[in-house]
Design a binder for this molecule. Structure first.
Ligand SMILES: Cc1cc2nc3c(=O)[nH]c(=O)nc-3n(C[C@H](O)[C@H](O)[C@H](O)COP(=O)(O)OP(=O)(O)OC[C@H]3O[C@@H](n4cnc5c(N)ncnc54)[C@H](O)[C@@H]3O)c2cc1C
Length: 408
């Protein structure tokens, strides 16, 4: 498709929106909040209520809360962590600074929807997009509204529809590389401490990790496992047993999938993907809020500029991918490489890695970390414990070796 001239003719009279966002999660609402300042935006969300069902732990950096001024959604503050290795080594650190906040994801999502609607975006609940048909002059969006078939025309469609993205499928874009399955419970135990626990190893959480997070009035325990390891439920049961929490009252149980490893392309003619639909979660932690909302802001800037120019071709929208990669691509790429190296470690090697990390100089570095950019710590950690390079394959060694550290 070449240059597409946009005219107002043909756009849906009822919605009057040129930009149609599929998915009213944090990425979709962040896009809408920014784009609605310059264009008519409608969000189609399949659920009846914003932020339900919850599929998240809610651990974010303070900057994420700041991005949407969502202080009211904060449940507690985290200042440190203990990493539990397979044979019992524990590497812990604590900082005087806030390292992370735990948010109530429903309240957080409601705040995202509020800022989108304050900016002028329309949020249509109970609307499930079923099909998009991209034509030279517009995109036809078909959806079920409370079970009834409806359609509208859009100049541009934003796929903010999460890991199962139908928008991506319709645009024939490749899916993210991996899917991590997660399961989590909130237990009726008061814990007002500010240090979380992370557990690694093939018996605890093959291919990813498990966690225990103090949330003030309750404790959040969860497990994520990579594909091919069966359901996370068996691992969560064992972890609860190991922590002697199996008989505690469960307040809430959530499950979900995290797509890891962004695909080669996150745009097509008249289409852009943001957030989980674009596989933008961080490969080391599975956190997708900061990255997805950052990419959504960039997508909105590109959308408004491209509409102004009257060119919504894939070629024009490729600027979106170039720009989001400039801002978060290096972290996602490096995180994915470190993750590949992590997947190759047996429990024995993982334990040896833990012992190598268990030194004051490393803990000092860990306490300075930023959860939105975890891979940035790698060079300093390697400097503090050069033996770590033994655990990394060649590609990581050359990336993080002392000689190349100056360039990082
Ligand atoms: C167990 C678990 C723990 C996690 N913990 C954290 C964490 O601690 N910190 C963090 O930053 N991230 C975490 N994440 C990741 C985070 O939840 C996601 O990255 C984030 O929700 C992505 O936001 P999004 O807006 O892209 O997608 P979503 O939040 O998935 O929103 C997509 C929306 O689109 C809607 N939708 C889908 N298809 C359609 C359709 N056809 N029509 C209309 N609507 C549709 C969905 O109903 C949904 O409301 C976790 C994920 C899981 C599974």
């Amino acid at each position: 498709m070449g240059r597409n001239l946009i005219s107002d003719q043909g756009f849906d009279v009822m919605m009057g929106s040129k930009l149609v966002v599929i998915g009213g999660g944090p990425a979709g609402c962040s896009f809408a909040a920014k784009a609605a300042k310059g264009a008519a935006v409608t969000i189609l969300e399949e659920h009846a209520r914003t932020g339900r069902p919850v599929q998240c732990t809610g651990l974010v950096s303070p900057r994420v809360v700041e991005m949407i001024r969502a202080k009211e959604s904060v449940l507690c503050t985290i200042r440190g962590a203990r990493f539990h290795f397979p044979a019992g080594t524990i590497v812990d650190f604590r900082s005087a600074d806030t390292k992370a906040l735990v948010v109530d994801r429903q309240a957080f999502d409601q705040r995202c929807a509020e800022i989108a609607s304050d900016a002028g975006a329309k949020l249509l609940m109970n609307c499930r997009m079923t099909k998009t048909v991209t034509r030279p002059e517009s995109v036809e969006v078909r959806y079920l509204r409370e079970g009834k078939s409806e359609k509208c025309l859009a100049a541009l469609v934003i796929g903010a529809d999460g890991y199962k993205s139908r928008v991506s499928e319709m645009a024939e874009l490749p899916p993210p590389r991996e899917r991590i399955k997660g399961l989590q419970v909130d237990l009726d135990i008061e814990d007002r401490s500010d240090v979380l626990d992370v557990y690694v190893g093939s018996k605890v959480a093959p291919g990813f990790f498990a966690w225990r997070i103090p949330c003030g009035d309750f404790v959040r325990v969860g497990v994520c496992v990579s594909q091919g390891n069966g359901p996370p439920s068996q691992y969560l049961r064992s972890l609860l047993k190991r922590l002697d929490l199996e008989d505690e009252k469960i307040l809430e149980r959530i499950s979900g999938v995290i797509p890891i490893g962004f695909p080669l392309r996150t745009y097509a003619d008249r289409t852009m993907l943001v957030g989980d639909a674009a596989g933008q979660a961080k490969p080391l932690s599975g956190g997708g809020l900061y990255t997805g909302m950052t990419a959504a802001r960039i997508a909105a800037e590109v959308a408004l500029a491209a509409m102004e120019e009257g060119d919504l071709s894939a070629n024009r929208l490729s600027e979106y991918q170039r720009k989001w990669k400039e801002e978060i691509g290096r972290e996602l790429d490096r995180g994915y490489l470190i993750r590949r190296a992590y997947l190759r470690l047996s429990d024995r090697r993982l334990e040896a890695l833990g012992r190598t990390l268990d030194r004051p100089e490393v803990k000092e570095v860990l306490s300075t970390g930023d959860i939105d950019f975890p891979s940035l710590l790698a060079p300093q950690i390697i400097k503090a414990a050069p033996k770590l390079l033994r655990f990394a394959p060649q590609v990581l060694r050359s990336m993080f070796s002392r000689t190349s550290m100056g360039r990082l």
